[in-house]
Ligand binder design. Structure first.
Ligand code: SF4
Length: 321
């Protein structure tokens, strides 16, 4: 596959080729909870989680979906020309309710003019057959993306961070959802406690085996009001947080192991300054980081999929040696 102007398949290129123009996502918070917070799977949530880190100002769960989308459209209209929007069900677990309520919420978003699709973020252990069938139906008319928080492909890490689901759950969820006509996304966090650089690269190999179309990569950030904030204060030595240059070096290797047809939507986390505890990269802008990644890929003469091996049955560990 040829990448347009990049050595990796960036999400903007995917969106432009799919829609023929720029399409803006608008984040929504419809007041869902999360089974890892309300006790049905666990209490206290994943140790890195503070949901306030990903809610923009216009997201107010007590406001209607239409209101939030219209506020989002006004906000983005000031920044540039957008004619089409995707309603992004982002905060907490956006398939965690009864099926009828979920269907009504998704349809409410799709009834707002200029909304051309949905992006739904959820956990891999929280998707019903009924909702999969409904999304399959919607995807005949709209762009639908179901994004699972994978976070790690390592079972031990998922336990450590109190994720309350397994990597097997993740694999099963993708198997159920594949070939249904909707897009499949994944989130991964790089640098969770206990994971070495090699473990991080193994994620690229394991993720490449899943039927995913899009990947969001986040470097671990410790944020206020998370369990990790307390752990970090007490035992900073259990964390191996990335310095910026180290991360650029790592991520350019990671890209090499990633299947070439997975579009990459992000490379970093961007917690609000007032919530971020560590690592602090001196206010460097996202675009500067992307430029560094581009330059490093050129320097290494690498590109997405350079080291990808198709039909790899093994864990992939041996190919890192
Ligand atoms: S990261 Fe997601 S699954 Fe984990 S506690 Fe937060 S909202 Fe729940």
């Amino acid at each position: 596959m040829g990448f347009i102007g990049k050595r990796y398949y960036d999400y903007n290129s995917f969106i432009k080729s799919h829609f023929g123009e720029r399409v803006q996502k608008i984040s929504l918070d419809v007041g869902f909870s999360c089974p890892n917070r309300d006790g049905s799977k666990g209490f206290g949530g994943c140790t890195y989680c503070n949901n306030n880190t990903f809610n923009p100002e216009y997201c107010k769960p007590r406001k209607s979906i239409r209101w939030q989308l219209e506020q989002g459209m006004q906000f983005f209209a000031k920044r540039g020309k957008n004619n089409k929007y995707l309603a992004y069900f982002q905060a907490y677990t956006n398939t965690y309710s009864d099926s009828e309520s979920l269907k009504e919420l998704y349809l409410e978003a799709l009834r707002v003019p200029n909304v051309v699709g949905l992006v739904i973020g959820t956990r891999p252990d929280c998707i019903s057959d009924e909702i999969i069938d409904f999304l399959e139906l919607l995807s005949k008319k709209y762009f639908i993306s179901l994004d699972f928080g994978v976070e790690s492909t390592n079972e031990a890490t998922l336990l450590t961070v109190n994720r309350c689901h397994t990597y097997s759950d993740t694999v099963n969820a993708y198997q159920k959802c594949m070939n249904k006509g909707f897009h499949l996304g994944a989130h991964i966090i790089i640098g969770l406690p206990g994971e070495t650089r090699e473990e991080g690269l193994l994620h690229a190999i394991e993720l490449s085996k899943l039927p995913i179309n899009t990947l969001k990569i986040h470097h671990l950030q410790i944020v206020k009001n998370s369990v990790m904030a307390v752990q970090y204060k007490r035992n900073p030595e259990i964390f191996n947080l990335f310095a910026l240059e180290e991360y650029v070096d790592f991520i350019t290797d990671f890209i090499g192991y990633l299947r070439h047809d997975i579009s990459i939507e992000r490379f970093i986390s961007e917690a609000p300054k007032d919530l971020l505890i560590a690592p602090k990269w001196g206010g460097v802008r996202k675009q500067e980081i992307l430029d560094k990644i581009d330059k490093m890929l050129i320097k290494k003469n690498s590109w997405q999929g350079k080291f990808y091996i198709q039909n790899l049955e093994s864990s992939g560990r041996e190919i890192l040696h």
